[in-house]
Design a protein around this ligand. Structure first.
Ligand SMILES: Nc1nc2c(ncn2[C@@H]2O[C@H](COP(=O)(O)OP(=O)(O)OP(=O)(O)O)[C@@H](O)[C@H]2O)c(=O)[nH]1
Ligand SMILES: [Mg+2]
Length: 403
């Protein structure tokens, strides 16, 4: 059902609005991320449009004048796809498609598409398909019928055209079928998990592309697929890791993103069981990303959604090798020093000082500070471990004595 094939680079235009409570820098960050998502899906961004608006236009999202500009650009440059940074209502999507006469996608659509491309196992595919169906259901009526040529590529992978045209009931039936399929696999996985006994479970969590899989690979000598694209990982991998002869389990799972479609969080609930049932979270952060603080917020929000916000957590600030503060001229008495000028030492004095030794600074790629990382994780895991196996206490030396 899910089509996944590499496509030639499609020409794409991005559209975002700048609301009152956002500055331009922030809106640029959002569009940068949307561009990265587009690139991951196989598209090439040729132009971005932004408009300052307090509220999106209920009919066309952006203003009609702006829409006119976009329409001309699309026509003149043979643009195949226009992607909006926010979720469009089914009516907006229809209206805009009519005006632009090309594929119109929103952020949710794009993320679902990337997930569809990347889903490898039948479990991941079933979950993505469920999310796609849930997304499609309210949008079935008249969708894409105005397009003379049916194009493949971004946003078109998924339940096929025939299904879109037929009764919603079929999609509803499909949804319940997929749900029962997921339930069956869930049962199997729950059994697998219970077979692992009382071993301490540690979950790597974090925004997408922060280096979770890379870290997993260096600590467990496994080979989880890692690359510089978003959502490289969709399934959960669990590995046994041993530090100073103390064994425990580490899981690496799907990364989070700002405004992760609710349909996806819903359908990926079972993949996220590994996080929900973990004893300790390692929240990995890409400190070299200029928006890392907001990333942390998004991750915390999703952790909250899956009832995992209050678990013991170690913050792992990764990619310190790539962290480059903007130089600040101390003699410049006019400009204000901003966060962009902070060194990592400066950062440690900010809110980060409140998390104390629960903050680690590493480079998974260059294997920097991994000793400190191992020791810190060992200490935490051991603390949990001895509450479960009190008679084992003597087996595991203090952190200072491990090699
Ligand atoms: N410079 C630098 N790059 C890193 C570091 N750790 C990981 N990367 C790179 O960051 C990119 C993403 O790494 P992954 O390990 O795939 O990230 P992830 O968090 O698993 O991402 P998803 O599975 O897509 O959510 C890859 O290109 C890595 O090589 C690091 O410490 N420094
Ligand atoms: Mg990964």
């Amino acid at each position: 059902m899910i089509e996944k094939k590499d496509i030639a680079l499609e020409k794409v235009v991005l559209i975002g609005i700048i609301t009152q409570d956002q500055d331009e820098a922030q809106s640029k960050e959002y569009l940068d991320e949307l561009e990265f998502l587009t690139y991951t899906a196989g598209g090439e961004v040729v132009k971005r449009y932004t408009q300052k608006m307090a509220m999106p236009n209920p009919r066309t999202f952006i203003g009609t004048g702006k829409m006119d500009d976009v329409m001309h650009f699309v026509k003149d440059n043979e643009i195949g796809t226009v992607i909006f940074d926010d979720e469009l209502s089914p009516a907006q999507e229809r209206n805009i498609s009519k005006i632009l006469n090309c594929k119109v996608l929103d952020r949710t659509n794009l993320i679902l598409d990337i997930f569809a491309q990347r889903a490898k196992t039948s479990y991941a595919r079933t979950q993505v398909e469920l999310a796609q169906c849930e997304y499609l259901l309210p949008r079935l009526k008249g969708m894409w019928t105005h397009l003379e040529r049916q194009k493949g590529g971004i946003g078109m992978r998924g339940p096929g055209e025939t299904e879109i045209e037929t009764d919603r009931r079929i999609v509803r039936d499909k949804i319940s079928l997929l749900k029962s399929k997921i339930k069956a696999i869930d049962k199997q996985m729950a059994v697998q998990r219970s077979n692992r006994g009382k071993m301490v479970r540690v979950a790597l969590v974090g925004y997408t592309n922060v280096g979770k899989s890379t870290l997993m690979n260096v600590i467990s000598k496994s080979e989880v697929f890692a690359e510089n694209k978003l959502f490289a990982t969709l399934d959960t991998t669990v590995r046994k890791v041993v530090i100073g002869n103390l064994p425990f389990l580490v899981s690496d799972t799907v990364g989070f993103i700002r405004k992760l479609p609710t349909q996806l969080v819903e359908s990926f609930k079972s993949t996220l069981d590994e996080v929900r049932e973990a004893d300790l979270l390692l929240h990995v952060v890409d400190i070299s990303h200029s928006n890392f603080e907001e990333h942390i917020e998004s991750v915390n929000q999703i952790l909250d959604e899956i009832d995992s916000k209050d678990k013991p957590t170690i913050m792992v600030f990764n990619k310190i090798d790539a962290y480059k503060p903007e130089p600040f001229d101390e003699d410049d008495l006019i400009s204000q020093r901003t966060k962009a000028n902070y060194s990592i030492e400066d950062w440690k004095k900010t809110w980060m000082s409140n998390i104390g030794d629960n903050a680690l600074f590493i480079s998974a790629l260059n294997k920097e500070n991994l000793d400190e990382f191992r020791k810190r994780v060992y200490k935490e895991v051991r603390q949990i471990h001895v509450t479960r196996f009190p008679y084992n206490h003597f087996l595991y030396p203090d952190v200072e004595d491990i090699s």
